[in-house]
Design a protein around this ligand. Structure first.
Ligand SMILES: C[S@@+](CC[C@H](N)C(=O)[O-])C[C@H]1O[C@@H](n2cnc3c(N)ncnc32)[C@H](O)[C@@H]1O
Length: 249
């Protein structure tokens, strides 16, 4: 079922996307390293990779530089981001990257082609629930699916609706978004039931400090723990980032 409010994604946050082309997020760099350690991405296999909720394609750009023999397709709802990203790829002669406008809830496997791997960066937790989007991804029948989002290593799912009154959208005096935290056990079982029987996850621990934003709204920053590890916080939410991967046997 698709009960997704779409307005927040049709607005353009060009800065958020553009700055990642210059400086990829640490999560992107370390996620790709993790996929490489697991042998899912490497310097020789010519895989076709699909990125769901790809935004303007900054993560396609990063992956294409690391794994130039692969081809990268991104799908995003926001047509304007897709057009800007495709313009960037054309200007930079990145012929192995392309973006398509599309809705992840209406993916047509026969139309978008066959992929060895599906990735999705920081998108699943910003959707109303995980079952439908994951099912849509699994229907594409790729060998593996890997994503970054907020997860809890236990049997609790949290549906978190954030209203940020420092921003406004769609005629409201706030911006509303999900910051859902999903149970790793439940997600693992859901993937198993759909034929993705090998499941792995690791917490993502950021390795740089992020300053606290001046605004009193959402925006990621870090706090140090006594043992040196960093917690990532956004507004009132602890960002329990994980990398997860589900594979067919
Ligand atoms: C939090 S952003 C993450 C963007 C990008 N993956 C990144 O790491 O910067 C979520 C992205 O998912 C896209 N999105 C949201 N709902 C979608 C849907 N139903 N179908 C396709 N894309 C969607 C949004 O337009 C947005 O670009």
């Amino acid at each position: 079922m698709d009960h997704q409010p779409k307005e927040e994604w049709l607005e353009i946050k060009t800065d958020y996307h553009k700055k990642q082309f210059d400086t990829p997020y640490r999560s992107t760099v370390l996620f790709c390293k993790w996929l490489e350690q697991k042998g899912l991405l490497n310097g020789h296999d010519q895989q076709a990779i699909l990125d769901i909720g790809a935004g303007q394609g900054a993560n396609l750009n990063y992956m294409a530089k690391q794994f130039p023999q692969c081809t990268f397709t991104g799908i995003d709802l926001n047509e304007s981001l897709v057009n800007q990203g495709n313009g960037y790829f054309q200007d930079h002669h990145m012929s192995n990257c392309r973006l398509l406008q599309g809705d992840l809830y209406r993916l047509d496997p026969t139309h978008i082609g066959k992929y060895e791997g599906v990735v999705s960066y920081q998108t699943l937790s910003w959707l109303p629930e995980y079952e439908t989007p994951l099912k849509k991804m699994m229907e594409l029948n790729a060998e593996w699916i890997a994503l970054t989002s907020l997860f809890f290593d236990g049997d609790v799912d949290c549906t978190v609706t954030v209203k940020d009154y420092t921003q406004s959208i769609g005629g409201e005096n706030f911006r509303q978004s999900y910051y859902n935290i999903y149970s790793l056990n439940r997600v693992k079982e859901f993937c198993r039931q759909h034929g993705y029987t090998r499941f792995e996850s690791v917490p993502f621990e950021i390795d740089i400090d992020l300053p606290k934003p001046d605004s009193m709204g959402m925006g990621s920053y870090t706090e140090r723990l006594a043992d040196g590890r960093r917690l990532q916080i956004s507004g009132p939410v602890w960002m329990s980032w994980h990398f997860v991967c589900a594979q067919k046997e």
